[in-house]
Design a protein around this ligand. Structure first.
Ligand code: CU
Length: 146
């Protein structure tokens, strides 16, 4: 082979390598990330571990319904006497919740009933819980997609 040929063949090889590499990067890249839909997580500053669950076991669009929020310390001890303030809305629509949900009862074992939640339309909602207790003050934001 002449040295020109060697350069051509080498060039083709390099291009093939680059294409292969890009294909691998493209094929293994995660899809556009949607919101984190975890129903249990640590609060933003890590003071609490927080879990939410719809009391009736499902989310009913357009209906008032209740959630149970379970608040524990990071060591797993139930948090009693917490004050929970609920906010939220739809981040893509720049509107808040259509109602003003309230923590209405302590159910024991770190569990609190949140009444008056309503999701008036389909899409991505956020429930923001501000939690004040002897262990500290922190908040947790949960994403829900209806
Ligand atoms: Cu909306």
């Amino acid at each position: 082979m002449t040295s020109t040929w060697r350069m051509v063949v080498g060039g083709i090889g390099l291009v093939a390598l680059a294409v292969g590499f890009l294909a691998i990067v493209y094929l293994t890249a995660p899809a556009a990330p949607g919101p984190d839909l975890a129903r249990s997580k640590n609060s933003a500053k890590g003071v609490f571990s927080v879990e939410i669950a719809p009391e009736a076991g499902d989310i009913r669009q357009g209906e008032l319904h209740s959630w149970v929020v379970t608040v524990k310390t990071r060591q797993g001890a139930p948090v009693e006497d917490a004050t929970i303030t609920i906010g939220g809305g739809m981040p893509e629509h720049a509107h808040g919740l259509p109602t003003s949900p309230q923590a209405t009862a302590y159910l024991g074992d770190g569990r609190y009933r949140i009444e008056g939640v309503k999701f008036s339309m389909g899409g991505w909602w956020q429930l923001k819980l501000a939690i004040e207790a002897a262990a500290g003050t922190d908040e947790a934001t949960f994403n829900l997609v209806l």
